[in-house]
Write a protein that binds this ligand. Structure first.
Ligand code: LAQ
Length: 372
C-alpha cells in the first residue's frame, strides 16, 4: 500500500486528516513504527527532511525509517574539510554539488544507484547493529548466496572485503538517528574521481579524515538486483525485525504545510556558510611554479574565509609592494575561486599595471585559485 502525502494528494483527498502536520498525523495513527520514502532526489531537501523529523516527530514513543535516494552529490561529514576530501574543481566541471550533513564521519558519493536509510529512534533505543541487521537480512532474503556482513565500525562488507555501506549518526538530547548508504549500482569511476582531492597535500587541518575503502556495487555480483526491490525488502525486514506493520508512505519534503519550517531548513543546509563555512580552521601551504619561478603560498582559513595570506616571490619577478597589496586584497575573501577571482579582477582594474605585470599577476592568481 502506498499512501501519498504530497501537495497534490493533500488537495485531492480533501480529508481533514491531511490538513494536519506530519507529526500530528503520526500521533493520530498511533503507530509505533513508520516507514517513509522521500519523493525527492534533492540532497538538501532530503537532509532537511531528516532534520525536520528529528526535531518535530515524537520519537520517544515511535521509530521511523526513512528511505531516500539522490541525484549525484558528494556528502561530507559535519566536521570535515571539503578541500581535503574531494576534488572540488572536478565537481564544478561535472555539475556535482557538495553537501555537509549534520552527522559526523567521512565523505561519500551518492547517485541514483545508492540507497540511503535513516533510522530514527529515541536516544535510548538507538541500536546500529540491529539496524544493519535489517539491511543484511533483507539482502540475504533476496539473494541467499550473498556474503554480506556488518563490521565493528558499522560498515557493511561484501565478500569480507568490499564496502557496500557506510554509517554515520547524530545523537541529540533525547532523539537520535543512524543513517547509512547502500551501493547498488553507483557510477564507481565518478565515485573514485570526485573523492580524490586535488589539494590534500597542501592542507594542514584537524578535520575528521575519511577512511577510504575498496567499494563494490551489489549489481556487480548480481545485475538483477535493483534499488527498488532492495528498498522494498528493507522496508519489510524493518517491520519484521521491530514488530511493526507500516506501509511505505511517500512524503514530499517540499510540502511546507505538512512540515512547517522545512523550507527554511532546506535553505539553511545549502548556504555557503554551512557547507564551506563550517570547515574547521585549516592552513594551506604549497609551492607553485610560475614562469620557472618558485612561489610559496601560505594561507590560514577560518570559517571558510582567508584570515591570513602570504606569498613568497623573488623581488625581481614582482615588486614586494605589489605582492603585499595583492595578498591583502584576498584577506576576508571566501576561500573559493569565484569570489577570489572577482577580488583580483577588481584589484587589477583599479591599478595602472604594465601589460607584463598584469600578465604575471594573472598567471600567479591562476595558480592560487587552482588549490581552492
Ligand atoms: N555511497 C557510498 N557507500 C559506501 N561507501 C562509500 C560510498 N561512497 C564512498 N564510499 C567509500 O567510503 C569511504 C568513506 O568512508 P568513511 O567511513 O570515512 O565514511 C562513511 O562511510 C560515511 C557514511 C555516511 C553515510 C550517510 C548516510 C546518509 S547521508 S551520508 C570513501 O572514501 C569510499 O571509499
Amino acid at each position: 500500500m502506498i499512501l501519498r502525502l504530497s501537495n497534490r494528494a493533500c488537495v485531492l483527498s480533501g480529508s481533514t486528516r491531511f490538513k494536519s502536520t506530519l507529526s500530528t498525523y503520526f500521533d493520530e495513527t498511533g503507530k509505533a513504527g513508520i516507514i517513509l520514502k522521500s519523493a525527492s532526489a534533492g540532497i538538501y531537501e532530503n537532509l532537511a527532511l531528516e532534520d525536520w523529523i528529528h526535531d518535530h516527530v515524537d520519537l520517544q514513543n515511535r521509530s521511523v525509517l526513512l528511505l531516500w535516494r539522490n541525484s549525484p552529490v558528494v556528502v561530507i561529514g559535519r566536521h570535515q574539510n571539503p578541500w581535503q576530501e574531494c576534488n572540488l574543481p572536478l565537481m564544478r566541471r561535472l555539475g556535482i554539488p557538495l553537501a555537509r550533513r549534520r552527522s559526523g564521519g567521512g565523505t561519500v558519493f551518492h547517485d541514483f544507484g545508492n540507497i540511503n536509510m535513516t533510522f530514527f529512534t529515541s536516544k535510548k533505543k538507538y541500536d546500529r547493529p540491529r539496524n544493519l541487521k535489517v539491511v543484511t537480512s533483507a539482502l540475504k532474503a533476496l539473494r541467499p548466496d550473498l556474503d554480506v556482513a556488518a563490521t565493528d565500525r558499522f560498515d557493511i562488507l561484501l565478500n569480507g572485503h568490499y564496502k557496500i555501506s557506510g554509517t554515520a549518526a547524530k545523537i541529540g538530547r533525547s532523539s537520535s538517528y543512524h543513517h547509512c548508504t547502500l551501493l547498488c549500482s553507483v557510477d564507481r569511476s565518478v565515485l573514485s574521481s570526485v573523492l580524490k582531492s586535488n589539494a590534500s597535500e597542501a592542507i594542514k587541518s584537524n578535520a575528521t579524515p575519511s577512511v577510504p575503502s575498496p567499494v563494490k556495487n551489489l549489481a556487480d555480483v548480481d545485475p538483477t538486483l535493483d534499488s527498488d526491490t532492495i528498498m522494498e525488502a528493507i522496508a519489510s525486514w524493518y517491520n519484521n525485525e521491530f514488530g511493526f506493520d507500516s506501509p511505505v508512505i511517500t512524503v514530499d519534503p517540499t510540502h511546507e504545510a505538512l512540515m512547517p519550517g522545512i523550507h527554511k531548513m532546506t535553505q539553511d543546509i545549502q548556504m555557503w556558510e554551512w557547507i564551506y563555512g563550517k570547515t574547521p580552521k585549516f592552513s594551506v601551504c604549497t609551492s607553485l611554479v610560475i614562469d620557472d619561478v618558485d612561489v610559496k603560498l601560505d594561507m590560514d582559513i577560518k570559517n571558510g574565509t582567508v584570515e591570513q595570506c602570504a606569498l613568497e616571490i623573488p623581488e625581481d619577478w614582482l615588486p614586494p609592494e605589489m605582492v603585499k597589496e595583492l595578498t591583502s586584497t584576498l584577506h576576508g575573501s571566501r576561500y573559493c575561486p569565484e569570489e577570489a577571482a572577482v577580488l583580483v579582477a577588481a584589484f587589477m582594474r583599479t591599478r595602472s599595471l604594465t601589460a607584463d605585470v598584469a600578465e604575471k599577476i594573472h598567471r600567479l592568481c591562476e595558480g592560487v585559485l587552482s588549490v581552492m
